[in-house]
Write a protein that binds this ligand. Structure first.
Ligand code: DAT
Length: 180
């Protein structure tokens, strides 16, 4: 039996999470292309709709207002067919997601990506530590049923292609009725 509320929605909701720089947006964009599901980048949404309580100088990011974000997404998530992309996962309602993907990368790869992004030394160190300690995988396992959480490597472009193919197949199978 599948878990995570399967069968309640016509199309599934997928959460793609992981440390910044692990490739969430890259993967979510490719998966949305392949499946025609809707890609929701929470960081962009927060900026566009001002769903935050200002700028955090220490962590160099917006302080997102989790209640406003959840209110904003409620209808779309009820409807289904969304790929949500965010570097956190513990404040979304558990019932929203049918699959939770945690992207992981090697430290040296993450270091190069975050350096290219122009992050400060502190921000790079914080994010590498987050990856080393597996913070997002832990958070996902604590927040969602174990059987819907999957950790995937995203070091190379080949990894993206393979992960998108695997997940697209899973999405295609979502609406196939079980034999009677
Ligand atoms: P995130 O959304 O997790 O912050 P991103 O999708 O913006 O990450 O990717 C960060 C950078 O790394 C970007 O320049 C694209 C590149 N990248 C992402 N996934 C990759 C992969 N699997 N192989 C090679 N490069 C990748």
């Amino acid at each position: 039996m599948a878990g995570g509320g399967e069968g309640r929605r016509k199309k599934p909701n997928i959460l793609i999470t992981g440390t910044p720089g692990t490739g969430k947006t890259t993967m979510a964009t490719a998966l949305a292309d392949s499946t025609q599901l809707r890609h929701i980048n929470i960081g962009d949404l927060v900026r566009e709709k001002n769903l935050h309580d200002g700028w955090d100088e220490e962590f160099e990011c917006h302080v997102i207002n989790e209640d406003l974000v959840c209110d904003e997404l409620e209808d779309a998530m009820d409807e289904g067919g969304n790929i949500v992309d965010y570097h956190g996962c513990d404040f979304f309602p558990e019932r929203w997601f049918d699959r939770v993907v945690v992207l992981q990368v090697e430290n040296s790869v993450l270091f190069d990506r975050l350096t290219k992004r122009g992050y400060s030394q502190t921000k790079i160190t914080n994010n590498i530590e987050c990856e080393i300690f597996g913070v997002l995988l832990e958070e996902a396992k604590e927040s969602y049923p174990e059987q819907i959480v999957v950790a995937l490597q995203s070091n190379t472009i080949e990894d993206v292609a393979r992960n998108v193919e695997t997940l697209s197949e899973w999405v295609r199978n979502w609406s196939v009725p079980l034999p009677v």
